[in-house]
Design a protein around this ligand. Structure first.
Ligand SMILES: Nc1nc2c(ncn2[C@@H]2O[C@H](COP(=O)(O)OP(=O)(O)OP(=O)(O)O)[C@@H](O)[C@H]2O)c(=O)[nH]1
Ligand SMILES: [Mg+2]
Length: 440
């Protein structure tokens, strides 16, 4: 602690990164398999991504977080002392605080009180690029803020716009998407929420249309899913040659992007890169990203990327499974890419049996990708429909479509037309329905 105090400048308007302190309660009865220290490591990464420097952390073991002060009363007092001593800019709590906890803590502390949700929203706000992404983040922020505004010093203190260190558009926790500042007037927030919902609804309708056109093209769709920073975008680029932003940062990708992917047997599919998941992601946030995550919900196959070198790889994958459950997408066909094997001492030691249809790969070294595509192809084939059709000569287009998107097992021509037997993606089956021949 001493050392930290020496490095500190006592001027609260100094330039440079905001100084933060992390706080977690390790609850006895929590369902999650994450430990408090691992969760705090991740919170620290989030804080760094948001531009803060973390000076230290505090963990308390409790049956459950205190309803008023999150920490126990004594420990909260201790935190207040520390806050004075270090003149912190913000204190970040590793759970979502209730409005009551937020207010009580703000009375006790000089530093701004920021919880995990506000921090994630802050990172999202800095990352959102597309129009739709910005709308979704702003809506999630507005809905988060509304019940917390009355009497909150963290939010009302910033309203004048003069405070706040570092970063564009204000301080961590009160920044909107891009250069904007969050609206902090309750009446105006309510209006904004209504108009944001409407605008999102409109963009949503557009996406639904695009998706319909895609179904008309009848390619099987594959969505990348996985924990943030697992390497989804790197793999996306390696597989499609596209330029999706890949960075050693949490939530580098917010906006979905879709490209064509060529599988073995010249079968084509569409691959989408999407937003990463993180533990303790509030349901409200998932709801806000529902439009973006529709790529996931609508996909024929999910390609999960796991950073197998991460010490919490399994916990991260569990978290991904929980969120997919929440989205109603957990029973889709799945292939798991166990990524970053180039960083492992001995890749042969990986226990692939822990994951569904797992293939060890390195997205940066471009190793294992052929095996991965072969696995995708075979899992897709398993999920396809077995059909036998007789296509009349004038439907050469359907013969060609079957060749391109399906898997042909038998082909024959006679005076009636072309007989094709094989497997077709479900999305395509409807086109062939009038020509289906019952197999004896
Ligand atoms: N050593 C190694 N690093 C990798 C590999 N794949 C990805 N990375 C690195 O991991 C970091 C995160 O990669 P991204 O592709 O941005 O991860 P992401 O899953 O898209 O992350 P978000 O979009 O933030 O959710 C980057 O620094 C990549 O260079 C790999 O196979 N080996
Ligand atoms: Mg990404």
């Amino acid at each position: 602690m001493e050392e930290i105090t020496i490095h500190r400048l006592n001027d609260s308007r100094r330039q440079g990164p905001e100084l933060a302190y992390l706080v977690a309660v390790e609850a006895n009865e929590q369902e999650s398999m994450w430990g408090a220290e691992d969760s705090l490591n991740e919170l620290e990464e989030l804080a760094n991504t948001a531009g803060a420097t973390v000076l230290g952390r505090m963990v308390q073991h409790l049956a459950q977080p205190d309803a008023q002060t999150y920490l126990g009363k004594g420990k909260a007092q201790e935190l207040a002392e520390l806050d004075k001593q270090l003149t912190l800019d913000l204190i970040i709590f590793d759970d979502e605080l209730s409005p009551t906890q937020q207010k009580t803590l703000e009375k006790m502390l000089n530093a701004r009180v920021v919880d995990r949700t506000a921090l994630i929203l802050d990172v999202f706000a800095q990352r959102a690029r597309s129009h739709e992404g910005r709308l979704q983040v702003e809506l999630a922020q507005a809905e988060y803020l509304l019940p917390r505004l009355a009497g909150s010093s963290t939010y009302s203190r910033q309203a004048g716009g003069s405070l706040g260190a570092g970063g564009t558009g204000g301080a961590i926790g009160v920044r909107g998407p891009g250069e904007t500042r969050l609206e902090l007037d309750r009446r105006r927030i309510r209006h904004r929420i209504t108009s944001l919902r409407k605008e999102i609804e409109e963009t949503h309708a557009q996406r639904a249309l695009q998706r319909k056109q895609r179904i008309a093209q009848a390619m099987p769709t594959i969505a990348l899913v996985g924990y943030t920073n697992a390497g989804k975008s790197t793999l996306f680029n390696a597989l499609t040659g596209a330029g999706s932003l890949a960075e050693d940062k949490l939530f580098a990708t917010l906006d979905p992007i879709t490209r064509r992917l060529l599988l073995p047997n010249n079968q084509e599919a569409l691959l989408s890169d999407t937003v990463g998941f993180i533990q303790k992601l509030p349901t409200r946030l998932i709801a806000a990203f529902r439009a973006t995550l529709e790529e996931v919900v609508e996909a024929d196959l999910l390609l999960e990327v796991v950073d197998i070198r991460h010490e919490n790889a399994f916990e991260q994958s569990e978290t991904v499974r929980d969120i997919l459950d929440e989205l109603g997408a957990s029973d889709k066909p799945r292939v798991t890419a166990l990524n970053k094997i180039d960083l492992l001492h001995d890749p042969a030691t990986i226990d692939t049996s822990l994951y569904t249809n797992a293939v060890p790969i390195s997205a940066t070294q471009v190793t294992g990708l052929e095996e991965l595509c072969a696995k995708i192809s075979s899992v897709l084939a398993d999920a396809m429909e077995q059909v036998r059709v007789l296509l009349p000569f004038e439907r050469g287009d359907l013969v060609e479509l079957f060749h391109r998107r399906g898997l042909i097992e038998h082909e024959e021509h006679d005076e009636e037309g072309t007989w094709l037997q094989g497997r077709l993606p479900h999305s395509l089956a409807a086109y062939f329905l009038p020509f289906v021949e019952v197999t004896e």
